[in-house]
Design a protein around this ligand. Structure first.
Ligand code: ADP
Ligand code: MG
Length: 207
C-alpha cells in the first residue's frame, strides 16, 4: 500500500461512479432527495485534488487527511459516514502487516466506526448492507495468498449485499420516511458503495 496505489484506487472508483451516475441519481430520487450522486462525485473530486499534496505521505496519514477533507467538504449523511470510514481506517494502519491483512483490519475498523456514527447496522437498507458483509469476508480471507480469488469473492459479496437492500424497508436515513413504499428500490448508498468496491477489486484482479 502506498500513495500511488491509494490514489489509483480513488481514480478507478471515480471512473466507475461516473459511468453509473444517472442510475445512482435515479435511485436517490426514488427513495431519497436525489443528491447522493452529487455528494459522491464532489467527494471523489476533492480527494483526487489532494494527490500532489499527499501522494508521498504514509498511508495512515493519507487516509486521515482524505477523511478530514470529506468531513469538511461533502454534505449529506454519506459525507459524514464516508469521512468516518476513512478516519477509522487510518487508525488501524500497521506497516508490519502485509497489504491484505492490513487492509482487512483497517476496513473492519472503519466500518465499525461508521456503524457507531450512523447508529446503524446490517438490514436497515443502507450502504452498510454492502460494507458490513464485505468487511467480515475480508477478515475471514485475510490470510489467503491468492489475491484475485479474494477480489472475486468480495465482488460477489458486495453485489449480494447491494441487491439485498431492494426488498426491505429502511429504518435509517431519508428512505425510512417512506415505510413500505421504499420496497422494490435499491438503496443508492448501497449501489455506490458496491460499485466502488468492485472497482478496487477489479484493480487487484487485473494486476
Ligand atoms: P442524504 O440522505 O443526507 O441526502 P446522501 O444522499 O448522500 O445523503 O446519502 C444517502 C445514503 O446514505 C443512503 O442511500 C444510505 O445508504 C446512507 N445512509 C443514510 N443514513 C445512514 C445511516 N444512519 N447509516 C448508514 N448509512 C446511512
Ligand atoms: Mg440524498
Amino acid at each position: 500500500m502506498n500513495g500511488i496505489k491509494i490514489f489509483d484506487s480513488i481514480r478507478n472508483i471515480e471512473i466507475t461512479i461516473n459511468n453509473h451516475k444517472e442510475e445512482i441519481e435515479k435511485l436517490d430520487q426514488e427513495i431519497g432527495d436525489g443528491d447522493h450522486i452529487f455528494n459522491i462525485l464532489r467527494g471523489l473530486q476533492e480527494l483526487l485534488n489532494l494527490k500532489d499534496k499527499l501522494v508521498d505521505e504514509t498511508s495512515d496519514q493519507i487516509f486521515k487527511q482524505l477523511g478530514m477533507k470529506i468531513m469538511t467538504t461533502v454534505g449529506g449523511s454519506s459525507g459524514a459516514l464516508f469521512a468516518t470510514l476513512l478516519i477509522g481506517m487510518s487508525k488501524k494502519f500497521n506497516p508490519e502487516l502485509n497489504d491484505l491483512n492490513n487492509l482487512s483490519e483497517m476496513f473492519y475498523e472503519g466500518v465499525e466506526s461508521m456503524k457507531k456514527r450512523g447508529k446503524s447496522d446490517i438490514g436497515e437498507k443502507t450502504m452498510l448492507d454492502v460494507l458490513i458483509p464485505v468487511s467480515k469476508t475480508l477478515i475471514n480471507l485475510k490470510d489467503e495468498s491468492n489475491i484475485s480469488k479474494v477480489a472475486e469473492k468480495i465482488i460477489i459479496v458486495a453485489k449480494d449485499g447491494m441487491l439485498s437492500t431492494k426488498d426491505i424497508i429502511a429504518t435509517k436515513g431519508r428512505a425510512s420516511f417512506l415505510g413500505e413504499r421504499a420496497k422494490g428500490h435499491i438503496d443508492p448508498g448501497a449501489r455506490s458503495s458496491q460499485l466502488a468496491i468492485e472497482a478496487i477489486c477489479n484493480q487487484f484482479i487485473n494486476n
